[in-house]
Design a protein around this ligand. Structure first.
Ligand SMILES: [Zn+2]
Length: 137
């Protein structure tokens, strides 16, 4: 697999990069949202303030969703995505092996498992050597 392991030594990166933990950002957002609430009589300013408030509320909702999943820092978001991609790749590999049947390779009078190339006496449902799901022709 070509994905580089990013996890080790990343945890200390947040503070060093000057990132606030998600909870602190949410507290700040709450204050900003209150201050961005429309107060002016100017219609344009009011629209802008409404949009600012909406943007802050939307960003806060995103962060809240992450926090609910136990994510507290930007590095933890990256770790989560890294783990997710690994799991997705592994799940796809297992599915290809055990759920999708492939026809054995014919070599003269012999049949070979298309995954591990082991000779097959008859065509079983799964290769006795590697577990690859097989289908007869
Ligand atoms: Zn096999």
């Amino acid at each position: 697999m070509s994905i580089k392991h990013k996890k080790s030594g990343r945890r200390s990166g947040d503070a060093a990069a000057g990132f606030m933990p998600v909870m602190e950002i949410l507290i700040r957002f709450d204050g900003l949202t209150k201050r961005a609430k429309p107060s002016s009589k100017d219609e344009n300013a009011e629209t802008l303030q409404k949009e600012d408030a909406k943007a802050l509320e939307s960003a806060a909702a995103l962060l809240k969703a992450l926090l609910d999943e136990g994510i507290r820092t930007p590095d933890e978001v990256l770790d989560l995505l890294y783990d997710y991609r690994l799991q997705a790749a592994e799940s796809q590999r297992l599915r290809k092996r055990f759920e999708i049947a492939d026809v054995p390779i014919r070599l003269g009078s012999e049949s070979l498992c298309p995954s591990c190339m082991k000779k097959l006496r008859k065509i079983p449902e799964f290769c006795p050597n590697c577990g690859k799901k097989l289908k007869s022709i």
